[in-house]
Design a protein around this ligand. Sequence first.
Ligand SMILES: [Zn+2]
Length: 418
Amino acid sequence: MSQSPKIQLPKCRFCNKDLKHTFINLGMQPLCEEYVKPEQLDKMEPHYPLHTYICDKCFLVQLQEFISPSEIYDNYAYFSSYSDSWLQHAKEYTDLMIKKFSLNKNSLVAEIASNDGYLLQWFQEKNIPILGIEPASNIAEFAIKEKNIRTEIKFFGEEIALFLKEKYGQPDLLLGNNVLAHVPNINDFVKGMKIFLKPGGVVTMEFPHLQRLMEENQFDTIYHEHFSYLSFTIVSEIFKFHGLQLWDVEELLTHGGSLRIYGKHIEDESKPITNRVKAILKRELIMGFNNMEFYSKFQENVKETKRKILDFLIKAKRDRKQVVGYGAPGKGNTLLNYCGVRTDFLDYTVDRNPFKQNSFLPGTLIPIFDPIKIKETKPDYVFILPWNLKNEITKQHSYIKDWGGKFVVPIPELQILD
Ligand SMILES: [Zn+2]
């Protein structure tokens, strides 16, 4: 009997145990935001394993770190203020926090990964002192110069927490949206929050919920910069380990289904644990989040989704139909690279973002054009890659019905929309 070559097992980023079990292996893939310029077409593209593991001791679903955040954020181009719905979400959050925790001119609100100040600006408008912490220097400088948002250009962790505490004092509200899943050293990060947070203060964080990823088959939200895939239970455990306790939680619709958690110091007895916390812990326990078998089912769902997508595309091409893509989001790249879909199936894709137009999708090298191209070529099928925006897209481009065109959505399951 042949044996596979001996490999060194990766370690869990929370509990340091060997990772022996695959959650889902999406193969070797390029970084999903590295769009290819025409002059780079015949150059080599770096590919890294997109292989997620589940730890059999603590049940953290995770990817190894192949690319360091400093490389990712060196010239990061995502400005949060470009998204209207995200700005609105931030405004509503701000109003809720001010009311809930009676924040005023004597408080301090600090945000980790504060981006261009899209959120802190609303606190500033109400004369509440703020501090942003943002690693991407081009975005942080924009926040400082254009929006007058006090910002430290830093990666957050234990060492920085000590420095910030000394320089600015401790925050009453410490927040971080879509950052917890993106830090490679989650222990150092949470330890830093324990140090920085004022006694009696509140931490809030938002992150995509693993339950929604699994239930709705959102495997394309797995990408190299997204290191941890989080349940409420695992986040409670990590916080507890570092002396913080989750005392409230809300379920949100953002990013395909997110959690907003509320944390406090374990020593702080002024905030009772809500029934919502008890209910979600119970629900995750019943669903099987502390059971290896529960996680093993996901792989088969993903493989079946790939087969369905390929079935559709093969049939469409045999029937001599033209299929094109809509959108060039990071998640589309994970999906297309995993399924091996190139210009043999999708002639091209389109995107409203002018910075993406006239370049190519990483890995699959599918060209990206202005959406006007759809009107010019009149395709039979338009394959929507940012499935979370399908209502908006089908409404904006309903004219494809004029020539009998149809929209197709791949996730949670391939569906041809009529
Ligand atoms: Zn572990």
